[in-house]
Design a protein around this ligand. Structure first.
Ligand code: GLY
Length: 557
């Protein structure tokens, strides 16, 4: 790789101060997974709200129109930038394990992981965090009362809408589990069978639940009669929750992870997401190369080798920061990255053979990401989830939403892959009150003249998709192009470069194979990236919603 130029040190961002000056966009951009959710965000802005009110409106609307991916039975990570004081904040609304959690309950008689228990029904559900996150954002950063920011979601739920193919496919795929629970079947099935195109989905129960939250904040969900309803419903189905599990739940405000990459400032998710740390490791490794001067096959090789090393450390070290000591400073240090970089052969793949097996799951329509810039330059990157498609598929009667199946994001059996093929150890073991390790990676990319807000769903591939999005943004691509680019991924185990079709040319595949990489093209599209950006020189805003998905909506106005 003759053209590859190594730089000894990272360029430090000098851009940040000027990027956060007083200039304002004067208008707004929102990109989300659904047109109705994007419109809900603009409705909140039109009511006098800011980006944070818009985020509450978009998140709540997604609970109604895209419940297969996220919702008030799940959780999320909300990265905020407040323009008035240039403050970056992460609201951690990740779910927590209930006090009665017992790792043995997820094992079968042979001691193997029983995925029915970690994917479906009450044992799969962790205590939801989404509502506490939205209430926190509204109370501390928004300008509107929840009655206004939640109003579009309540209206859509009451009036009904026609679900898109992704939603209908998710119901069809999960229908056998949905049928186990009468309230789930009543909500999602049409006369007992998976609904078809043209079906109108009306959900007055979730509208009533949102009304309670609007009137009482956290108390309307985590305490009193509603909390009792949740506990009764989960326990009647065979779970083991207590009122205290719900009343103890707290969203947490955390300092985002921030680092520099070749003159750009990256602000992203700290633990309990693995996303920021793995992203920092990958970009710190890549910061020592001038990727623009490397031929494409070697560029892919270097990026894949950085992915391999970042994901190895994810499996080894990461978990809930409130419970686990993690070597974050070391993992995110440029010196550590320099050591990893030295282990990369310029023309040969490094074999990953240290950890056992892998389940190569097709991607399901789980998790969702939205990005917002408002007229004042406030930013929101939010990734929220119920974990797998339609979460655990259990609707507690009278609530109108599915619970998450986030317990599967714990390392329920050390070294055994979860639904995303990710392995972990004691650092991510299920313990009472712990947050399971996430891959959600909501991110800001800040340069002297351009700011990008990036994120995507996609399970274990979230972090590598965000990496590729950041590199494309830095190369000057606009959101519409960034979200359309074909993607590739390596997660240490299995030792394979997986790729969307079209990601590599035939010659690139040959070159990668000659370097020792195993390349596996996937027939399924990945992710659902939603990106907004602000070009401060021209004053223009841009929004791009993944062109792989029909329902996505990126709007500037
Ligand atoms: N539930 C997927 C994630 O948080 O990574």
């Amino acid at each position: 790789m003759k053209k590859c130029i190594l730089f000894g040190v990272l360029a430090v961002a000098s851009a940040l101060a000027s990027a956060q000056s007083t200039q304002k966009p004067g208008h707004a951009a929102i990109a989300s997974a659904h047109k109705l959710a994007t419109e809900a965000g603009f409705e909140a802005l039109a009511q006098g709200g800011n980006a944070f009110d818009a985020a509450v409106a978009v998140a709540a609307a997604l609970s109604v129109v895209e419940p297969q991916s996220s919702g008030i039975g799940g959780g999320g990570l909300f990265l905020l930038h407040q323009a008035s004081d240039s403050k970056d904040i992460m609201i951690d609304a990740r779910e927590t394990a209930p006090a009665a959690v017992d790792a043995k309950q997820y094992l079968d008689a042979k001691g193997d992981l029983d995925q029915d228990k970690s994917w479906n029904g009450p044992s799969a559900a962790a205590i939801p965090g989404e509502v506490a996150g939205l209430v926190w954002i509204a109370q501390h950063y928004g300008k509107l009362p929840l009655s206004k920011s939640l109003a579009p979601a309540m209206r859509i739920a009451r009036e009904g809408f026609q679900p898109d193919a992704r939603f209908l496919d998710a119901i069809s795929e999960r229908s056998e589990v949905i049928k186990r629970y009468p309230a789930s079947a009543a909500l999602y099935l049409d006369h007992g069978v998976a609904p078809r195109t043209g079906w109108t989905f009306v959900n007055p129960d979730i509208a009533r639940t949102l009304e309670l939250i609007a009137a009482q904040g956290n108390d309307g969900f985590y305490r009193g009669q509603f909390a009792q309803r949740l506990v009764d419903g989960i326990n009647a189905a065979g779970g083991n929750w207590s009122l205290k599990d719900l009343s103890d739940y707290q969203a947490k405000e955390r300092e985002p992870l921030a680092f520099d990459y070749r003159g750009w400032h990256i602000v992203t998710a700290p633990p309990p997401s693995s996303g920021g740390i793995v992203l920092a490791e990958m970009l710190n490794i890549l910061g020592g190369y001038d990727l623009a001067k490397v031929d494409r096959a070697h560029r892919i090789h270097l990026i894949v080798e950085s992915m391999r090393r970042g994901y190895r450390d994810r499996a080894a070290y990461l978990g809930d920061p409130d419970f686990v000591q993690m070597p974050i400073a070391e993992l995110t240090s440029p010196l550590y990255a320099a050591g990893l970089r030295a282990s990369i052969h310029p023309d040969k793949a490094t074999p990953s053979d240290l950890l056992p097996g892998y389940l190569n799951a097709a991607e399901r329509p789980h998790t969702t990401h939205f990005s917002i810039i408002d007229a004042d330059g406030n930013l929101v990157a939010a990734t929220q989830t119920v974990n797998l498609s339609l979460g655990d598929a259990l609707v507690v009667p009278g609530t109108g939403f599915v619970m998450n199946d986030e317990m599967d994001d714990f390392a329920l059996k050390a070294g055994t892959p979860n639904a995303f093929g990710l392995v972990g150890n004691e650092a991510n073991a299920p313990k009472a009150g712990r947050r399971p390790l996430s891959s959600m990676t909501p991110t800001f990319v800040i340069g002297a003249d351009r700011i990008g807000v990036i994120g995507t769903p996609g399970g274990s591939r979230i972090i590598t998709m965000v990496l590729e999005g950041i590199l494309a943004f830095i190369d000057g691509e606009l959101p519409a192009q960034i979200v359309a680019n074909p993607r590739y991924h390596h997660q240490y185990l299995p030792d394979v470069v997986s790729a969307e079709s079209g990601a590599f040319s035939k010659d690139e595949v040959k070159a990668l194979e000659a370097m020792g990489h195993k390349v596996n093209e996937s027939s399924h599209p990945w992710g659902f990236m939603n990106v907004v950006s602000w070009d401060r020189k021209s004053g223009k805003l841009y929004a791009g919603s993944d062109s792989r998905r029909a329902s996505g909506s990126g709007v500037v106005k």
